[in-house]
Design a protein around this ligand. Structure first.
Ligand code: ATP
Length: 466
């Protein structure tokens, strides 16, 4: 089973310390969230999995970590200053402000049975474009109006990759095809954020730009679409909750030749099956637009430079064919936060115990689980038992994230670890002191096995890597 709705995850996340509302003691800040001790571990494990899969396991992708604040010209030539905007409408009746293409995602504040814009008194203005980039100023300036100091918080990590194309190419001595991967924060002043961590104004992206010859782009594009479905499978996200969506000609960004979104069933409670799905990631064939637009050489028909500010040319010289050209780019772009939400929803399971009580089990893949093993003393007033349990924690820790917990009775401790997705609990009891064995309890089956301490590491390692 999966979570019946996002609300179930919101309450679990708050109860157990995965995600908290940001600035809560000051009344919150619309759609901002903080990751707690378990949330930050889960997010780190997702990022590590992505990085290992792309940067470490493959031999054709380099890593990068570029600045959040770049020269404003980056956003001028990428097109973001002119076009990175959403159509905004105001309602004269309720004074609400909505994104025209997402009206069905919010209810009318005055008539909640209807979507915004379709309530009985709704009176929408004509749409106008609202730029989503957060503005800031750089340096000691005299006035906030000083345009020369204007800068933006990046709305995507991708541009940091394009402007470093030549740096990476020259220092890594790569030949096409190759990719550059980056994980980092991005910021968008979304008109209608919401649905927990699905859409926030500050979020994290994992983006990879794969540079190739134009004629290879369609094949490579398809390989990454298939590859990402497999990666989501490795994270425990079931295929039946994923769907591919081919963007229509009207939806495609002006520079994109083809874009396929991978959608996840974030809204299983909706009656209309189609509306249950929303974007988890996008995989685009961006053609040669990006490298060209940041290059100094390309000219228009009248021979005027298209980019009069760039100091370099980001074309590629192929020594085998003696050709110089701008590589095509395949871009798989995935959100950390949306992946984390999908992972939590898919792992959520309820199970009834022999007393008829409903327990929550988070069936996270061991690779993603914030804690792999919890060592629990059956009696915390018995110093020998506590000492052995603490020793076991210490012994296991270098190999797997292990915690020691004695904050409740054993039933409560098991329930807590189930709910936060810990694959194994190791219980130390009176007999352990005699027979040098412990009880290992499996999160998913609740089965218990007696294991000799000398075998414990191997036993756990073997099961955690399955
Ligand atoms: P949407 O249509 O949902 O606004 P998008 O198509 O603009 O998303 P991209 O620019 O393709 O998104 O960004 C790549 C990925 O970054 C998205 O698939 C999503 O996982 C994540 N993402 C984008 N905007 C947000 C946001 N406001 N909050 C959380 N994640 C986001």
């Amino acid at each position: 089973m999966t979570a019946p709705n996002i609300e179930t995850i919101v309450s679990l996340a708050k109860r157990r310390g995965f995600v908290f509302p940001a600035s809560e003691i000051y009344g919150g800040l619309g759609s901002s969230w903080d990751y707690g001790s378990l949330g930050v571990e889960l997010a780190n494990n997702i990022k590590r999995s992505w990085w290992r899969w792309l940067v470490h396991e493959r031999d054709d992708i380099e890593g990068l970590d570029s600045s959040i604040i770049q020269n404003r010209l980056v956003w001028q030539y990428s097109g973001h200053e002119a076009t990175f905007s959403d159509p905004l409408v105001d309602c004269r009746a309720c004074k609400g402000r909505f994104r025209l293409d997402k009206l069905q995602d919010v209810n009318c504040p005055k008539d909640p049975a209807h979507h915004a814009g379709s309530g009985k008194d709704c009176d929408l203005t004509e749409p106008r474009e609202f730029n989503l980039m957060f503005r800031t100023t750089v340096g000691a300036i005299s006035s906030d109006e000083d345009e020369s100091a204007l800068a933006y918080l990046r709305p995507e990590t991708a541009q940091g990759i394009f402007i470093n194309f030549k740096n990476v190419l020259d220092t890594s001595r790569r030949k096409l095809p190759f990719g550059i991967a980056q994980i980092g924060k991005a910021f968008r002043n979304e008109v209608t954020p919401g649905n927990f961590i699905f859409r926030t104004r500050e979020f994290e992206q994992m983006e990879m730009e794969y540079f190739c010859r134009p004629e290879d782009a369609p094949r490579i594009h398809q390989e990454f679409i298939d590859g990402f479905l497999e990666w989501f499978d490795s994270l425990g996200i079931s295929r039946e909750n994923l769907k591919l969506y081919e963007q229509t000609k009207e939806e495609l960004a002006h520079y994109a030749e083809r874009t396929v979104d991978i959608l996840y069933r974030f809204f299983p409670e909706r009656d209309d099956e189609e509306k249950q799905f929303d974007e988890l990631m996008g995989i685009a064939n961006r053609t040669d637009f990006d490298l060209k637009t940041h290059s100094k050489k390309p000219e228009d028909r009248e021979g005027k430079r298209l980019n009069s500010d760039s100091t370099d040319d980001l074309s590629y010289f192929d020594p085998q064919t003696n050709e110089r050209f701008y590589p095509y780019v395949i871009e798989p772009a995935v959100g950390v936060n949306r992946t984390l939400l999908a992972v939590l929803m898919d792992a959520y399971t309820e199970k009834t115990n022999e007393k008829g009580e409903v327990r929550v089990i988070l069936k996270l893949k061991p690779e993603l689980a914030p804690i792999k093993v919890a060592v629990l003393p059956l009696a915390k007033n018995k110093p020998e038992i506590v000492a052995l349990a603490k020793q076991l924690k210490k012994d296991l820790l270098p190999l797997m994230r292990t915690v020691y917990d004695d904050t409740g009775g054993i039933g409560k401790l098991y329930a807590r670890q189930d709910e936060i997705g810990t694959p194994f609990c190791v219980t130390v009891d009176h007999e352990s002191l005699e027979d040098n064995s412990v009880t290992v309890r499996d999160r998913d089956t609740w089965e218990q096995e007696r294991i000799n301490i000398s075998e414990l590491k191997k036993y756990l390692q073997e099961r955690l890597s399955r």
